[in-house]
Structure formats: C-alpha cells, structure tokens
Design a protein around this ligand. Structure first.
Ligand SMILES: Cc1ncc(COP(=O)(O)O)c(C=O)c1O
Length: 482
C-alpha cells in the first residue's frame, strides 16, 4: 500500500473510493484476512496523505459493501467473506419421541481430549493461552497461606460465602438481582445441571431438550435414567416454542433444559422476547426450566445477554453457571440458582459429595475481587470473535459448495451441515487418522440424527496448522461426496 497508489487527477475516482479500493485489494490478496484489524485512521491518513474524513468515508463504503465491520472503541475489522456467502442450517427436525439414552456416543470425543498428535477441533476447550492461569495460581497460593485450616476441612452446601457474593454481583450483568443466599456452589456446570434435573424431576419423568444439544447433557440424562424428548431448534432463534408447547401439552415433560446464550453446538442466542415467552410457557405448564448459561459471558460484541432467570417470577428457573469456559475448567467451579428447588438441591448436593473444594472456590473469589475479570473477558471475547471469523472463512475456502455453517455471535463453536451423502462418524474416523479431531453430529442427538453435521471448536488461537486441518477436513468431505 503506497501513496503513489492514490491519484489526485480530477478525472480519478474520489479519494475515499481509492482508499477503500486499496484496502479491498489487500483483503482480496489475503494480506488482510477475516478477523484482522484494518489499519487505523491515523495510519491510513499518514500513508495516503488524506484527511480523516476521507478515511472515515472509505471505512463507511467498505462497511456498506459488507467487507469490514466497526467494533465500538476498538476499530474496524475484516468480515468473514466466503467465496460465496454460506447459508446457515435451517430448523432442525429431530425424531419427536422420548427415549432413554442407552449408550452416549460422546466418549469418542472425550478420548481425543489432550491428544497432542491431533489438531483439537473436536472438544470445545478454551485455549490455555487465553486463560489467566498465572493470576489464578497466585490467588490459590494466597488463599492457602491465609486460610490453611479452612481449605483442608469439610464444608457443607451452599459453599463459600466469598464466592457466592462475587457471583451475585456478576449476575447483575445478566439482568438478575439475586443474593448470595440464592446461590449454591457446585463442581462445574455439569454437576449443577445434574442436580438441577435431579431436584426438579422424579424417576420416569421426561426431560425436554433443544436438539441438537450439548452431548454432556445427554450423558447426564443417561446417568439419571430419564427419558429425553428432543425439541426442534432454529438457527439464531433457539428452541422452537411451538414445538415445545405441543410437547408440554402431553403432560409427561417435567423439565426443559436449554442453552439460551450461545448454545453448544449451534451458537445461537435467544432474543429477550423469546426468553421471556419460554419462561412463561414453562411456568404455565408447571415445568422446571433449567438454564445452562456457561457461555453467557462470551458475546463477541456488545453487552452480555440476559439470563432467562431474570424473567422468572415464581422461582421456576434453575440457573446453572460455571467458570470453566472463562477462567479454568480444571478448578471445577460452577453454581446453581435453583429457585424454588433450593432446599432439595442443597440436600442432593450434600448426599452426592458434601462440598466443592474450598481452596479453588476461594481462589476464584479472590481473583474476581481483584477486578481483572472484565478486562480478561474483553480479551477473550476479541480472540473468540477473530478465531470464529477465521474458522468460517477457512470453511468457506476449503469445504465443498453447499456447506452450511452457523454465524455464532458468542462462544467458540461452529455447527456445520454437510452434503447429505457425508457420514460424520466416518469423517470423524478419517479425520482422526489424518491428525484432526472433530465432534460428529450424532453425539448431539437423541436418536442418532445429524449424521451429516459436525461441530468445530474455534477456541484455539488461529495458526497455519489449524488452516491446514480445515483444508484436510474439506478434502475428506469432498472425497465422501464422490
Ligand atoms: C453447554 C455446556 N454445559 C456444560 C459444560 C460443562 O461445564 P463444566 O466444565 O463447568 O462442568 C460444557 C462444556 O463444554 C458445555 O458446553
């Protein structure tokens, strides 16, 4: 990009158009790629010797052309620009029948966790580079020195008051005013959801879940021996309320579990209007609504989305949260706001394992009290945004035409619908042999649906190794299509 590239002849196009063209050329040549920050106003002004308003007009033109996007207080970024825009998957069509999960398929993904020989696009793990591990280590050291006796003794639910107070403060961002007394600390969101379901159902009750859904939830329902009814969901909208209402009329469903904010695996975020309608629908049918909000703190842009809990008028929502995706999965710290099931929830937590380790609870409380969490989240959100855009871009470049992909607005997973001829379980095997792990669609299904779908993890910092892995996947997909 040189000054000479800009012509001041009266017959030449306006200056702002020429500046915009130079940036477009850089995008076309791959010098600037999806997720990259466009050079700042100051840099462009100096480089082209134009005015600030010319640069701003050039930005505007590129925004109108859909090539870049402005991010408040951060700058302009290159948008994901596939060769041709990729469509998003439509409404899912799960089998409308409840079933006990006999054999969860998800063990195949778990077996790839921590395998250094594979590019980890399967498990939805955050990259350790993005976690504030050093700060957490220091906080852990401090609490162990300060309260050694307390850290080595038994405790009882609901858990450390210091942590519950910090969580209550953070829940304000999600639109909820709760007190520390409303919160019970758990071993991650997994235990929170497990106990929430167990506390609000009886043996034999049916649990409705959006489909596709997080495979760990299906494992939990397998462990609880409860029949599971998959409910259709729609990209960008979440669980289909019409399908759910129909199911609730049957009277067998006693609990609904949803991931309303940046669902795993589809990444959708429900609007406030639909969240409120869902809470009201469950209240009308006297059905517990279990909200897994593990990704709520990770919007790519803008404010944190609300929790459904904030629309809860009668304690019918059991809110489940965790620090596994934002701070550390290894400390195993989650929580529940169980509403009217709180006494039962605490009783079951006590029976299951008495307590969550005090040292890690206090370390996270100490970290949160230190005030660095919001700064850390801003960094993490930026990274996930960029990595997700790059992944979409790579899928657009390497996968066959007709591939459909979600455009998540938060979190770090992508859901991809492939040609119907593609068998995701075979792709999982072939990709594994080629050194790439993926999450095949059927692990997110109750009845083995989504055979031609996969989920990719965008949690890892972008690198040529990941681009090569996506290229390998694209080739294997094309081979299956013949
Ligand atoms: C939607 C969802 N819920 C729960 C979990 C598990 O959370 P935790 O590690 O806190 O038990 C995950 C992990 O991937 C998840 O994606």
């Amino acid at each position: 990009m040189t000054q000479a590239a800009i012509s001041r002849e009266t017959t030449s196009p306006p200056l702002f158009e020429q500046v915009a063209d130079r940036i477009r050329e850089m995008i076309d040549a791959g010098t600037l790629r999806a997720g990259d920050r466009v050079p700042s106003v100051r840099r462009l002004r100096e480089q082209f010797r134009v005015s600030i308003s010319t640069v701003l007009e050039a930005y505007r033109l590129l925004e109108d052309r859909g090539l870049i996007v402005a991010k408040p207080q951060s700058g302009h970024y290159v948008r994901s620009r596939p060769r041709e825009p990729l469509a998003e998957p439509g409404r899912s069509r799960p089998v409308r029948r409840a079933k006990r999960i006999e054999e969860p398929l998800s063990m195949c993904i778990v077996s790839t966790l921590g395998d250094p020989t594979k590019v980890a696009l399967g498990p939805a793990v955050p990259a350790h580079e993005l976690l504030p591990s050093q700060a957490l280590n220091r906080a852990l050291g401090r609490v162990l020195r300060r309260a050694p006796l307390r850290c080595h003794q038994y405790d009882v639910p609901p858990g450390a008051i210091e942590l519950r107070q910090q969580i209550a403060r953070r829940m304000i961002d999600a639109g909820c005013s709760v007190s520390a007394d409303d919160i019970v600390i758990t071993n991650g969101a997994t235990e929170s959801v497990y106990l929430a379901i167990q506390s609000s159902t009886r043996p034999g009750d049916t649990v409705a879940v959006e489909s596709p859904t997080y495979y760990g939830l299906l494992e939990t329902l397998h462990a609880l021996h409860l029949p599971v009814l998959p409910i259709a969901s729609e990209t960008r909208k979440g669980i289909c309320l019409d399908a759910l209402e129909e199911a609730l009329k049957g009277g067998r469903v006693k609990a609904v579990v949803t991931i309303a904010n940046f669902s795993n695996p589809t990444g959708h975020c429900m609007s406030d209007k639909r969240k409120r309608a869902l809470v009201q629908l469950c209240a009308k049918h006297q059905v517990a609504l279990i909200e897994d909000d593990i990704y709520g703190d990770l919007p790519h842009e803008g404010a944190r989305p609300t929790a459904m809990k904030c629309f809860d008028a009668d304690g019918g929502v059991l809110y489940c949260g965790s620090f596994s995706k934002t701070l550390t999965p290894g400390f195993r710290i989650g929580w529940c706001i169980p509403g009217r099931w709180q006494a039962e929830f605490e009783r079951r937590k006590q029976m299951l394992n008495h307590m969550t380790p005090t040292a890690t609870q206090l370390a996270i409380a100490e970290y949160l009290a230190g005030g660095g969490y919001d700064r850390h989240l801003r960094r993490m959100r930026r990274a996930y945004r960029e990595q997700t855009l790059r992944m979409i871009d790579a899928v657009a470049r390497h996968f066959p035409r007709g591939t459909k992909v979600t455009q998540p607005e938060g979190g770090h997973v992508l859901w991809i619908e492939l040609d119907p001829r593609v068998d995701a379980m075979k792709l999982f095997e072939d990709a594994g042999r080629a050194g790439v792990s993926i999450a095949p669609g059927p692990v997110f299904a109750v009845h083995g649906e989504y055979r031609n779908c996969i989920r990719l993890n965008c949690g890892l910092p972008w690198s040529p190794r990941i681009d090569n892995a996506v290229q390998t996947l694209g080739r294997l997909v094309a081979e299956q299509m013949g």
